[in-house]
Design a protein around this ligand. Structure first.
Ligand SMILES: CC(C)(COP(=O)(O)OP(=O)(O)OC[C@H]1O[C@@H](n2cnc3c(N)ncnc32)[C@H](O)[C@@H]1OP(=O)(O)O)[C@@H](O)C(=O)NCCC(=O)NCCS
Length: 329
């Protein structure tokens, strides 16, 4: 499944009315340690003031999902951790019920694991999940968390005792999972951003003067494009991004590591994108190639791509002076 596109950002005052509504919905708090009915705007304002203290022991984020009209606030996530033992505990609540069952839980878990291991330098990340929360358990399993213990009667909620499963993933397990020690074609997502940018750097496809890491992260997560890669002994050595704009298909960021060229990897990636576009009912694939890029020209000749009568025109917003017209070279 293509990863849903989400982002974590700081909690702001404007989010609070949504938190109050979500947390007072008993369906939303069913599998959490919180109980609905007790949340007010004032209580959440106090909470925001408290978590904004620089010495607070946990980090909290609002979660936004990408939609056709922009970012939409759908939930919340937190990381409770101590620097002295570098172990973190996460919690996730998707408050917007229209966002349930669409893969956002997995996307949020993957992102918070990335933040915990990559940015906070943690060694182990875990959580406690109610035994009845079968979708939650599956989502955490998919993200590499393993069952560690069952805590019987860990919680008393709504008139009954609840058992809690303790799950966790170690840093090396997470790293091995990211590298998926397999060779050949693979899907790539925002969790592979670092590897992708490292590869693009040696392929001279990155850095790009008009693109940011955040944009690339979004492209790698959005569900209208196919971001695929090629691995050799777990290392990412090739990428291609196919996009379907509704009229025709486009191919971007075809790159193969210099140590693995002339082995047919690029041809295999282009072939895969062609097949996916064709299966989506698209009959034409366009590629923009710099005229001086002889390797790429040779590749596309071999793959039967024709030159066209069409020039690609470009306007860079806020970039060139009025009247300036630039062509791809
Ligand atoms: C262009 C690029 C993606 C090709 O990757 P690759 O994995 O080496 O390509 P393949 O092995 O699949 O090549 C398939 C065919 O393309 C042609 N080809 C590819 N590279 C070639 C080269 N340097 N010289 C001549 N022909 C070449 C050959 O016909 C080759 O078949 P053959 O080896 O049986 O003769 C790679 O050189 C690259 O990453 N370049 C930098 C990034 C870039 O320019 N991307 C393209 C943006 S549009």
């Amino acid at each position: 499944m293509t990863e849903m596109c989400i982002r974590l950002r700081a909690v702001i005052e404007d989010d609070l009315p949504r938190y109050v509504a979500w947390l007072n919905d008993p369906e939303v708090t069913r599998y959490t340690g919180m109980e609905s009915g007790e949340f007010t705007l004032e209580s959440k304002q106090e909470w925001l003031a408290e978590i904004s203290q620089p010495d607070h022991h946990a980090r909290f984020w609002s979660v936004d999902a990408a939609t056709d009209t922009g970012w939409r606030h759908i939930g919340h996530t937190a990381m409770y951790f101590r620097y002295d033992n570098r172990i973190g505990d996460i919690s996730i609540v998707i408050g917007d019920k229209t966002a349930w069952g669409k893969g956002y839980g997995t996307a949020i878990t993957r992102e918070i694991l990335r933040v915990g291991f990559e940015e906070l330098g943690l060694q182990k990340i875990g959580l406690g999940v109610f035994t009845g929360n079968v979708y939650g358990i599956r989502c955490y399993e998919n993200c590499g968390l393993r069952h560690e213990a069952l805590r019987r009667r860990a919680h008393f909620k709504r008139g009954q005792w609840i058992d809690l499963i303790q799950m966790a993933v170690l840093r090396e397990e997470w790293e091995a999972m990211l590298n998926q020690l397999v060779d050949g074609l693979c899907e790539i997502g925002p969790e592979h951003l670092k590897e992708v940018l490292a590869l693009w750097t040696v392929c001279d496809l990155w850095p790009h003067p008009h693109e940011t890491e955040e944009q690339i992260r979004t492209v790698l997560s959005r569900n209208r494009a196919w971001a695929i890669g090629w691995r050799v002994q777990g290392a990412l050595v090739g990428t291609a991004i196919g996009a379907n704009d509704g009229f025709r298909g486009w191919l971007y960021r075809l790159g193969v590591h210099p140590d693995h060229r002339r082995l047919g990897i690029a041809a295999a990636l282009v072939n895969e994108i062609e097949q996916r576009l064709s299966a989506a009912g698209i009959r034409q694939l366009n590629i923009m190639v710099k005229r001086r890029n002889t390797e790429a020209r040779a590749l596309y000749d071999k793959l039967n791509y024709d030159d066209t009568e069409v020039d690609v025109l470009r306007k860079r917003f806020g970039g060139k002076p009025p009247g300036h017209r630039e062509k791809v070279t």
